[in-house]
Design a protein around this ligand. Sequence first.
Ligand code: PMP
Length: 288
Amino acid sequence: MRSCWLNGSFVPEDQAQVSIFDRGLLFGDGVYEVAAVFNGRLLDADRHLVRLERSQRELSLPAPYTSTVWLDVMQELATRNEIREGLVYLQVTRGVAERDFAFPASIKPTAFAWARPKRLSDDPNASGLTVHVVPDIRWGRCDIKSTAMLAQVLAKQAAREAGAGEALMHENGVVTEGGSSNVWIVNQGELQTRPVSEDILAGITRDVVVEVARELGLVVRERAFTVEQAMAADECFLTSATSFVLPITRIDQHVVSNGQPGPVTQRVRAAYLARAERLTAALVGASA
Ligand code: PMP
């Protein structure tokens, strides 16, 4: 059985249980992170933990564990569950208390984590993904990685019903981001993605891809674009910790370019994979 982690202990999945009075359950009053496991090792988990600290701070959620503890827990979950390629999920909620919207006076956060396998190096969507356009109906602090995600649940369900693999969210025609990814376009070899603000999540993969692309000598512009511009772009792709870089080849009925993954997208995906390989191989070597 899968080994999970809850409030300081590793427990089998069926013993990893929380109260019905947990504010994560009652209000979505919690934050989370997802980091990839590659070659059995965490990828960029340190960066995810910096973002976790920020999310906690923005919600005045006392951090129950340091990044050092989380790193150990996350790696141990990958190891115990024999994950070669996959992900580690962690969540912190404000904890258990009598239901009251405002913060209870003294309350201990609930923290848990689990891991699961996922194909990353040979992602079946690497040959191209369809996205479904939906209005972005979320709140004003999308920069906080909160577990309150009903808008994305509805967006991604609508995408599934439309036969698409991801939602493409927009505000008045201007793309914000994917249901659980950042979105990019490519024109004349130049990459473009929306600047970070309170309107989107500052994706860790987005940051890394900015670095990787610039190392390849590519120009990256942080500027918003419309759904129409995405449809007319030479290439379109999305990024997230557990999909890396995936080509978007259709936007609803509209075929992007010739419907095949674009050359720049493929170059960036290959460079991202090479970096992941390099970082995790170095870690495997170090612990051997
Ligand atoms: N935007 C949203 C709304 C997301 O949920 C995610 C996935 N966590 C991302 C972007 C991508 O972020 P990351 O690269 O850190 O996974």
